[in-house]
Design a protein. Structure first.
Length: 162
């Protein structure tokens, strides 16, 4: 590791620790927590850190929406893996198609994580994804391929992890 990467690695390790031990509901809150510990971080840098750490906002059992660090292996597994099925089971709320477009709904803050996982899965029939906060738009190669992709996602979500 280069010397210049050490502060980034320390900051990201601390972000992981904070998210694991506190209910962190916003980047503003996390920036304040880091500042209290001497880490001066800009919002864009924090956003990149959270993306690199695979952090996603999820709804907790108590109803609060908070950050959680996810398992990195979700991005490295083939499409048929139980891990991708678990992502669909955990994050996929709804998938509906119109022609070659699929609109996927996720919990607030999870759409970018979900879209990134789909992009990395490398499905040949998906051209790409665009994500907002709680919505992903997929575009399929086949002009009528949306129904098949939506059904595939819903099937993976209903299978979950055994």
């Amino acid at each position: 590791m280069k010397h210049a990467d050490l502060p980034k690695a320390r900051r990201r390790a601390r972000i992981s620790d904070l998210v694991a031990t506190h209910v962190v509901t916003s980047q503003t809150q996390l920036r304040r927590m880091l500042a209290d510990e001497g880490f001066d971080v800009t919002q864009p840098t924090l956003s990149r850190d959270l993306l690199e750490l695979r952090a996603v906002r999820v709804r907790r059992a108590d109803g609060a929406v908070a950050y959680a660090i996810t398992d990195d292996s979700a991005f490295d597994m083939p499409e048929g893996s139980t891990r991708l099925a678990k992502l669909c089971a955990d994050l996929l709320l709804r998938a509906e198609a119109s022609g070659n477009i699929v609109v996927v709904r996720t919990p607030a803050g999870a759409a970018q994580y979900f879209a990134s996982a789909l992009d990395r899965a490398g499905w040949d029939d998906v051209l790409g994804c665009v994500a907002g906060d709680d919505t992903v738009m997929l575009v399929t190669r086949d002009v009528a391929g949306g129904d098949a992709v939506a059904e595939r996602l819903l099937t993976l979500g209903s299978e979950g992890v055994a």
